[in-house]
Design a protein around this ligand. Structure first.
Ligand code: E4P
Length: 217
């Protein structure tokens, strides 16, 4: 399973990329709005660091505007993926942009029916938001299981990009269900490393080793 980081922060992306386990980046208008500087230049820098898929989202809500912004985003770098919302115009734009050979990530997906539309429109990625479903007392991971099953039934090539991951269990469950990608905030990626027995075990190994060194000296 591929691991993407969900942030617009170049500093955070550099830190996670240095770990050697990063496959791509997702951004959204809320995340990019937090960062200083020109968003195009920031996205270009992110592409140079990651050299993998980097999603940049359109803010237009009409078909023509999405196509125009989609072209603008795709022109930033070959690694850019155009992110469009799961609306009627978004699905139309996905079909048109995919038809031109651009990669499209259909975002704000909250149902299996919507995910079916994204696949039919030729999306490269669909982004179901598990955390925001959990927030309204609906099991987000059930949606992932449904989408994976539906896509498998018809050999759709659209990749299931589990978004709005809030904790390590979302990542583990995404992997168990056979989702293609999980995109997580940096803190969730950091949390994947943590286990108290690893820390305790390492501390003991090093203490025991230190003892032998003082005996030898
Ligand atoms: C995905 O592409 C979105 O940027 C993101 O995962 C949304 O997560 P949130 O619900 O934590 O804002």
């Amino acid at each position: 399973m591929k691991l993407f980081v969900d942030t617009g922060s170049i500093k955070e992306i550099e830190t996670i990329a240095a770990l050697g386990i990063l496959d791509g980046v997702t951004t959204n208008p809320s995340l990019l709005a937090k960062e200083p500087g020109d968003f195009r230049q920031n996205l270009k820098r992110i592409c140079d660091i990651v050299k993998g898929p980097v999603s940049g989202e359109v803010t237009a809500t009409d078909f023509a505007g999405m196509i125009r912004e989609g072209h603008d985003i795709a022109a930033i770098d070959e690694h850019m993926v155009v992110k469009v919302p799961l609306t009627r115009d978004g699905i139309k734009a996905c079909k048109a942009l995919s038809g031109e050979g651009l990669r499209v990530n259909v975002t704000l997906c909250f149902s299996a029916a919507q995910a079916l539309l994204a696949a039919k429109a030729g999306a490269t990625f669909v982004s179901p938001f598990v955390g925001r479903l959990d927030d309204i007392a609906t099991n987000g991971m059930t949606l992932i299981a449904d989408i994976v099953e539906i896509y498998d039934n018809y050999d759709f090539t659209t990749e299931v990009l589990v978004a709005s991951c809030r904790h390590p269990i979302h990542v583990v469950e995404a992997a168990r269900l056979g989702a293609d990608i999980a995109t997580c905030p940096p803190a969730v990626i950091e949390s994947l490393f943590n286990h108290p027995l690893t820390s305790i075990g390492l501390e003991k190994f090093l203490k025991d080793w230190e003892k032998t060194q003082s005996v030898k000296a």
